[in-house]
Design a protein around this ligand. Structure first.
Ligand code: HAM
Length: 428
């Protein structure tokens, strides 16, 4: 057992895995460009009040899962961000982004922190691709957002995705629904486990998220939000369905989908791999948060967004991934004079400056060992430095073809770049 390990619930992304992260980030960046979402970076920690306000004090995320920090003098109270929406909305208000053309489309890719019980697909540090559109209350932008998340999943290679959709109403109609749900749940309060009884008191909607089988069975007959939607929410949902149909995005109605954060209004959705059941396997989710910016000090401003769980998506892909470690050099500079590491480093540095992915053997070992190591690294070529260097030449050995020829050092970068761009990496 090594003496130190990464903290429970966190992991090291070694190169093969980190390459997958970079690939997902590349797809995210490219989609953001095509859809017109600008990058934003907010601090990894915020005043904890930002999260308490935005996400809600009676949510698991705030109640149990915040990584809280304080300044050495104990005056400031911060928390590591458990998600990105609260910080982005704080930034929108702080920097007066309401003066820009609306909606403001923003995206970020980075680590989030929740002090959750670690288990499969649930980490204490995890990554999200987070997307927000702030300042448009209409249903068209909801459809744009939902389709964007789905497209990301398709483009990275998760083909079979189910989009679950619900409307959780707004301040107008939700109170009556909550009252009805509460009344229904009180009918068998004695059968509820401790956790759900607490939720019934603080946040009855959260009971819909229960994992407790007998409660789940009872919920089958619970009142449904869809029967309580006010005309405006009903119209919004109908408009969203019309836009989704225009985009050929199929959704599954999920009348008990409520999401774990308190800021949602109207549209709520989640992405699931088609064959899976259960909350834990959501690849991502989001929804509309029309009251959130006001809570953070703005005038009433609507918003909608989603976050995709990069860890879960990478885990879902990992069967077919990991082969592309990505860092294999095209060439490795080796030499017969084991001690001439300065010459080899100089040559490798010039090739790197010229844009060639180049390795170099600086261990001062025998040429045969150096060549072995180059092949093991996956290099296609070895640049073999020998006596010919006095005449400005080196041997360029094709490690795959087993061929070798003399090349002028001055031409080396061009030769290698040409070999790299031709599909087979061949020398001629
Ligand atoms: P969320 O549903 O809490 O939403 O998280 C979104 C996704 O992040 C989840 O579906 C899951 O894939 C991933 N995720 C969450 N917790 C963990 C964890 N402990 N380990 C691994 N993956 C996790 C939000 O965070 C909202 N801010 C989304 C949003 C943006 N709504 C509007 N705008």
């Amino acid at each position: 057992m090594p003496r130190f390990q990464a903290p429970r619930g966190t992991r090291d992304l070694l190169p093969a895995q980190a390459v997958t992260w970079q690939r997902l980030n590349d797809v995210a960046r490219d989609l953001a460009r095509r859809y017109g979402y600008g990058p934003i970076e907010t601090p990894l920690f915020e005043d904890s009040a930002v999260f308490e306000r935005a996400i809600g004090a009676a949510t698991d995320v705030v109640e149990k899962e915040l990584f809280r920090l304080s300044s050495p003098d104990g005056r400031d109270r911060w928390a590591l961000r458990p998600e990105a929406t609260a910080g982005i909305c704080r930034a929108y208000v702080e920097h007066g982004l309401h003066t820009r053309p609306q909606p403001v489309r923003l995206t970020t890719f980075g680590p989030m922190f929740r002090y959750d019980r670690p288990q499969a697909g649930r980490y204490r540090q995890f990554w999200q691709w987070n997307v927000e559109a702030i300042g448009d209350g209409g249903p068209g932008i909801d459809a744009e957002i939902i389709e964007l998340g789905l497209r990301f999943l398709h483009e990275v290679g998760v083909a079979d995705v189910e989009v679950r959709l619900n409307s959780i109403g707004d301040g107008e109609c939700r109170p009556a629904y909550i009252a009805a749900l509460e009344g229904y749940l009180r009918g068998f309060v004695d059968e509820l486990p401790e956790l759900e009884r607490t939720r019934l008191e603080s946040n009855p909607l959260r009971v819909l998220d229960t994992k407790h089988e007998p409660t789940l069975a009872r919920l089958a007959d619970a009142p449904r939000m869809s029967d309580y939607l006010c005309p405006a929410c009903r119209e919004h949902l109908a408009g969203l369905r019309r836009h989704l149909a225009a985009l050929d995005v199929a959704v599954v109605d999920a009348p008990q989908l409520v999401r774990g954060l308190d800021y949602y209004t109207r549209t709520a959705f989640e992405y699931y791999p088609r064959d899976a059941a259960g909350q834990q396997s959501a690849l991502g989710g989001g929804g509309r948060y029309d009251g959130l910016l006001e809570l953070l000090g703005a005038k009433p401003t609507p918003g909608i967004g989603f976050a995709l769980g990069i860890d879960r998506i990478a885990d879902a892909l990992s069967a077919g991934e990991g082969h592309a470690a990505g860092a294999a050099p095209l060439a490795v500079v080796v030499g017969a004079d084991a001690a001439a590491t300065d010459t080899r480093l100089r040559l490798a540095t010039d090739l790197r400056a010229a844009g060639v992915a180049t390795g170099v053997d600086l261990a001062g070992r025998k040429l045969a060992r150096q060549l072995e190591a180059a092949a093991r690294e996956g290099a296609h070529f070895a640049v073999v430095v020998g006596d010919e260097l006095d005449a400005g030449q080196v041997q360029l050995r094709d490690l795959l073809a087993g061929t070798q020829r003399l090349v002028n050092v001055a031409d080396l970068g061009r030769e290698l770049r040409r070999a790299e761009s031709s599909h087979h990496h061949g020398l001629d």
